[in-house]
Design a protein around this ligand. Sequence first.
Ligand SMILES: Nc1ncnc2c1ncn2[C@@H]1O[C@H](COP(=O)(O)OC(=O)CCCC[C@@H]2CCSS2)[C@@H](O)[C@H]1O
Length: 328
Amino acid sequence: MLLIYNEKTNPYFNLAMEEYLLKNFNEDMFILWRNEPSIIIGKNQNTLSEINFEYVKEHSIPVVRRQSGGGAVFHDLGNINFTFIACNNNSFSDFRRFTQPIIDLLRTLNVHAEFSGRNDLLIDGKKFSGNAQYNYKNKVMHHGTLLFSSQITNLSNALKVKPIKFEGKGIKSVKSRVTNISNHLKFPMDILEFKDLIMDYLSKINLDNKFYFLTENDISKINKLIESKYRTWDWNFGNSPKYTLFNELKYPGGNVEFNVNVEKGSIVDIKFFGDFFGKKDISFIEDLLKGTEHNEISLKKSLSKININDYFLGSDINTVVTGIMGVK
Ligand SMILES: Nc1ncnc2c1ncn2[C@@H]1O[C@H](COP(=O)(O)OC(=O)CCCC[C@@H]2CCSS2)[C@@H](O)[C@H]1O
């Protein structure tokens, strides 16, 4: 098994690295990695309905979609991620096979952890690890988080959403009470010591191991994948399953309700309902916004073609855009 101890903490890099290693190597692997504060979204989720958009914007938190299914998780440098890539697997594998080493390792530290539900590891009934898998050809990639000393308040804030606004077939995250491993240790331990401990433990349970360090060539291929996929709005947001957003726009001239239907990231339909005090017909805006990508930049660009006051008296572009994004 190849053991990869990755020091990079950029979430775009790390998600692209997983895909690159899965698709370009024909060997079993184990990788440990950490991300700077970020949200990692499941393959089939509606990104906007899973994140606290205002918080994410205010703190410039990258939101990155991954290959595997499941819900949205928060990462920071207090969270360690582990990835197993196993060749010669024809289907999804038992989650327990890949999480048992973590449970066993924690037992050596006197921490009692258990597997629960479909994809969680718990200590005292609280989650510290979420897991997911992805199949590629005859391989399975299993990855999981390990909350060791994460900022739990930031985790809750980043994932705090008002889900009633969105309707669609996107996979919803399963909210849990969470805990950090370090709170359950009988003695102080640094996160990097814990990371070393996991790597040591893994290298002992497998006999035939080799450390592998990413080469210049690997890194340049990973960088290409970042630019073509992992850093793009299309993959992280646009790729969401189709959804409808229900919201209300409050502006000095009144209140209007509206629905936006979004498919492949673009507005296919938008309808405003209510009393309008603007002097122009609202259907012009409805037509104007069809085909616009459901993001702030594209909405601003489309709306800059008109005088917003002609439709929403006393309002401005920013207010209308935040409304249409479902932020307020
Ligand atoms: N980092 C982290 N670890 C454990 N649990 C978390 C974390 N962040 C949030 N949560 C909690 O899990 C739920 C979502 O649970 P849910 O079961 O919906 O989703 C998951 O667990 C997905 C795990 C994906 C693991 C990948 C491994 C490497 S890249 S990401 C969320 O609402 C919080 O309550």
